[in-house]
Design a protein around this ligand. Structure first.
Ligand code: ARG
Length: 292
């Protein structure tokens, strides 16, 4: 496996918005100007690639497959920790066709030494990758989202697959259909989250583990900007163009924002984090300095 901060991206060659499996997806808006949208999507992808580089990541770009537009969201393809990749099982038929191409991509990554092992989850559960199973480097456990996409049992399967604690949070709305839409742990121990996305029980669990000084509550406007869906490395935070609320809130805590216009991907219900997958995560406690 690789020890450098490394991010996987999938080239947007086959990206479009042609079906709707979450309330943000707008095939009609896309169909008004598919050519223009596609060009904007390519430009946004390049801007994201650059921003990730500036934040300190090595970026690996792989090819997607024709007819599988949502492969540009590799956060949903697998969960990776300590060199082990556990492949996703998608809930919707629209995305199930990604499982095969992603399996080949991961075989390739293994052949190139970027991951060590590739494993499957037991059948009969849904699990949509790192979008619904987020490693908290500060606390040393996963947070899993379940309900709209991943199933509750998938959290236990992940705990067994990685031999790590998984704290399962139930998502209460269709809008926050993956955990990464409404929840983002940061390098300094803060958690950026949107409270209305969670059931009361999930909020209780979250707040029991994250002291109030470390909670950053996102507003509905922050959520609509897909700003909770952020990629964090040390003090760097890569996200869609955000709100003055979050610029201020993250800025005063010492984070440096890299904002990218990801509008064509927001039309599919995605932001910066969805478009990435970290390949180098390890379970050993992170001793890097928090934000300045
Ligand atoms: N259109 C995709 C879907 O609904 C968007 C996925 C975004 N990924 C994420 N991790 N939130 O599945």
């Amino acid at each position: 496996m690789t020890n450098d901060p490394t991010i996987l991206l999938v080239a947007p060659t086959f990206y479009d918005v042609s079906y709707s499996i979450n309330p943000w997806m707008d095939p009609t808006a896309w169909a008004r100007d598919p050519g223009g949208m596609h060009r904007r999507a390519l430009a946004s992808f390049d801007a994201l690639h650059d921003a990730l580089g500036r934040a300190g990541f090595a970026v690996e770009v792989v090819q997607g497959a024709a007819g599988q537009p949502d492969m540009v969201f590799p956060a949903n393809a697998a969960v990776v920790l300590d060199g082990k990749a556990v492949l996703a099982r998608f809930r919707y038929p629209e995305r199930r066709g990604e499982e095969q191409p992603f399996a080949s991509i991961f075989d390739d990554l293994r052949a190139r030494g970027l991951v060590d092992t590739v494993a499957l989850l037991p059948e009969g559960c849904f699990q949509e990758g790192a979008g619904d199973c987020i490693w908290d480097a500060r606390r040393g456990h996963f947070w899993a989202g379940f309900g709209p996409r991943s199933s509750r049992e998938a959290a236990d399967a992940m705990a067994r697959a990685f031999d790590r604690e998984v704290v399962a949070l139930e998502l209460a709305t269709a809008q926050s259909y993956h955990l990464d839409v409404c929840f983002c742990p940061l390098s300094g121990g803060e958690v950026l989250y949107y409270p209305p996305a969670f059931t009361e029980n999930a909020l209780r669990m979250l707040r029991a583990r994250v002291p109030v000084a470390q909670r950053i509550e996102a507003t509905e406007d922050d959520l609509r900007h897909f700003s909770v869906n952020a990629v964090n490395l040390d003090e760097h935070v890569v996200m869609t163009r955000t709100t003055s609320h979050l610029r201020h809130e993250l800025g005063r805590r010492g984070y440096r924002l890299h904002e990218v216009d990801l509008t064509p991907y927001m039309l599919s219900g995605g932001g910066a984090y969805c478009m990435t997958l970290r390949l180098d995560r390890t379970s050993t406690p992170v001793r890097r300095a928090a934000a300045a």
